[in-house]
Design a protein around this ligand. Structure first.
Ligand code: B12
Ligand code: SF4
Ligand code: SF4
Length: 344
C-alpha cells in the first residue's frame, strides 16, 4: 500500500465513522464516472416510456449516468443509507400510506445530515468541494449505492441488503477528493419471485419496474385523474405502495429506525378508513404538516381516497355482479340511495 492509499483509507474511515455518528446505517464509496452498464438500460426504459408522465426522468440523460457531468471535478461518490422502517404501522383496515412518508419529509431531514457530515469531515481534512443529494438530482442513486457495495438491486428494483432489507433512503455526496472503491455485494434474490407475484399492477419484470404502472406513480407522481383501467388494483394504497417490499423475505430483517423526526402524527396510525374519507383540509395539514405526503396536496390525497372508494374492489365487485339484485348488493354498498350504480 502506498502512502496515498493510506491517506485515502484514513479519509474513507473518517467518512464512515462520522456517518455512523449521524445515524446513517451504512456508508460506501465508489469512483465517480460513467455508469456504463446502466446507460443502455436507462435508454431502453425511457424508449419504452416506462417513466409515464414523469417528464423529469427524460431530462439530463448524460448527467444522470455520470456524476462528473453533474458536479465538475468530481472524483468520488459516497453513498449512504438512512433507515425509515417504523416501529408501529397502520392497521390493515385503514387506507395505506407508504412507510417512507410517515414522518417528516426525508429530503429535509437527510439533506441537513449530509451537510453536517461534509462540514465535520472538512473540519478534519480541510475544505472538500462537493454536493449533497437525496432524491434531489438526476443521479441513479440505487446504481451508485450498489456500486459502492451497500447492497444489491433486487428484482423489485430496490436496493436490498441481507442485514436490513430495503426500507431506507439512499443519499450521496459527490466529492472532489480521491477515496478508495469499496467491493460490491452479490445478488441474493435467487429463485425468489415474491415481489413480481405480489405486485397488483404487474409493474415488475425481473430487475425492472415499469414506473408508469406502479401504484406509487399513480398516487404520488401523476398530477391528473387516475385512469379507470387501473381501478380495483390498488388494494388499499392511498399514497405510495410498499407491497413489493413487504413481501420481500429480506425485509424480515428490517429493524425499527431511531429517528424521532420520522415518527408519525398519532392520527396516521389510528385513523380508520372513514376518518380518511372525511378528512378536511385542516386535518390533512395537521397530520402531514412536514411530511412528504404534503406534496400531493389535499386535493391529490382526496383524489386517491376517492379513487379507492368509488372504484375499490368491493364496490366494483358489487357494481359488476349483474346477478346480484339490489337487496343483495346493498350488503356491500357504502354509497346507497341516489349514488348507487347498481342496475339490478
Ligand atoms: C423515478 C423514481 C420512482 C418511480 C419509478 C420507479 C423506478 N423503479 O424507477 C416511481 C414513482 C414508480 C417510484 C416508486 C418508488 N420509489 Co422511487 N425513485 C425514483 C427516482 C427519482 C429515480 C429512479 C430511476 O432513476 N429510475 C429509472 C430506472 C431506469 O432506473 P432504476 O429503477 O434504477 O432501474 C435500474 C434497474 O432497472 C437496472 N436494471 C435493469 N435491468 C437490470 C438487470 C440486472 C441484472 C440488474 C442488476 C439491474 C437491471 O437498470 C436500471 C438503470 O440503472 C429515485 C431517486 C433517484 N434519483 O435515484 C427514487 C428511489 C428509487 N425511490 C425510492 C423509493 C423508496 C420508492 C418506493 C419504495 C416508494 C413507495 N413506497 O411508494 C417505490 C418503489 C417502487 C419500485 N419497486 O421501484 C428510493 C429507493 C430506496 C431503495 N431502498 O432502493 C429512491 C432511491 C429514493 C431515495 N433517495 O431513497 N420511484
Ligand atoms: S410499489 Fe407496489 S405497484 Fe409499485 S412495483 Fe412495487 S408492488 Fe408494484
Ligand atoms: S421479493 Fe424476492 S425477488 Fe423480489 S427483491 Fe425480494 S428477494 Fe428479490
Amino acid at each position: 500500500m502506498t502512502t496515498s492509499d493510506h491517506v485515502q483509507q484514513d479519509r474513507a474511515q473518517l467518512f464512515k465513522r462520522e456517518a455512523a455518528l449521524l445515524g446513517f446505517i451504512s456508508c460506501g464509496i465508489s469512483k465517480a464516472g460513467l455508469l456504463e452498464e446502466e446507460a443502455p438500460r436507462l435508454e431502453k426504459w425511457l424508449k419504452e416510456a416506462k417513466q409515464g408522465k414523469m417528464g423529469y426522468m427524460e431530462n439530463h440523460f448524460d448527467k444522470r449516468l455520470d456524476p462528473t457531468k453533474l458536479v465538475p471535478g468530481a472524483k468520488s461518490v459516497v453513498s449512504l443509507l438512512y433507515n425509515y422502517f417504523p416501529e408501529q404501522k397502520q392497521s390493515s383496515d385503514s387506507y395505506q400510506i407508504a412507510k417512507y412518508a410517515y414522518g417528516q419529509d426525508y429530503h429535509e431531514v437527510i439533506k441537513n445530515k449530509l451537510k453536517t457530515l461534509l462540514e465535520r469531515v472538512s473540519a478534519q481534512l480541510g475544505q472538500i468541494e462537493g454536493r449533497a443529494f437525496v432524491d434531489s438530482a438526476p443521479i441513479l442513486e440505487k446504481a451508485w449505492a450498489a456500486k459502492s457495495g451497500l447492497g444489491w438491486i433486487g428484482k423489485n428494483s430496490n436496493l436490498l441488503t441481507q442485514q436490513v432489507g430495503s426500507f431506507y433512503f439512499i443519499a450521496e455526496l459527490v466529492l472532489d477528493i480521491d477515496l478508495p472503491q469499496d467491493p460490491i455485494t452479490s445478488d441474493h434474490c435467487g429463485t425468489c419471485t415474491a415481489c413480481i407475484d405480489a405486485c397488483p399492477t404487474q409493474a415488475i419484470t425481473p430487475y425492472e419496474v415499469d414506473g408508469s404502472k406502479c401504484i406509487s406513480y399513480f398516487t404520488i407522481e401523476l398530477k391528473e385523474a387516475i385512469p379507470k383501467e387501473v381501478s380495483g388494483q390498488f388494494q388499499d394504497w392511498a399514497f405510495g405502495c410498499d407491497i413489493c417490499q413487504d413481501v420481500c423475505p429480506w425485509n424480515r430483517f428490517s429493524k425499527s429506525h431511531s429517528e424521532p423526526l420520522f415518527n408519525p402524527d398519532p392520527r396516521l396510525l389510528e385513523n380508520t378508513k372513514k376518518d380518511w374519507e372525511e378528512i378536511t383540509q385542516e386535518v390533512f395539514s395537521q397530520i402531514f404538516k412536514k411530511s412528504a405526503v404534503k406534496r400531493t396536496k389535499y386535493e391529490g390525497f382526496k383524489r386517491n381516497i376517492d379513487f379507492l372508494l368509488d372504484l375499490g374492489p368491493t364496490l366494483e365487485f358489487a357494481a359488476k355482479s349483474v346477478q346480484l339484485n339490489h337487496k343483495f348488493c346493498a350488503q356491500f354498498c357504502v354509497l346507497g340511495g341516489a349514488s348507487c350504480s347498481s342496475t339490478a
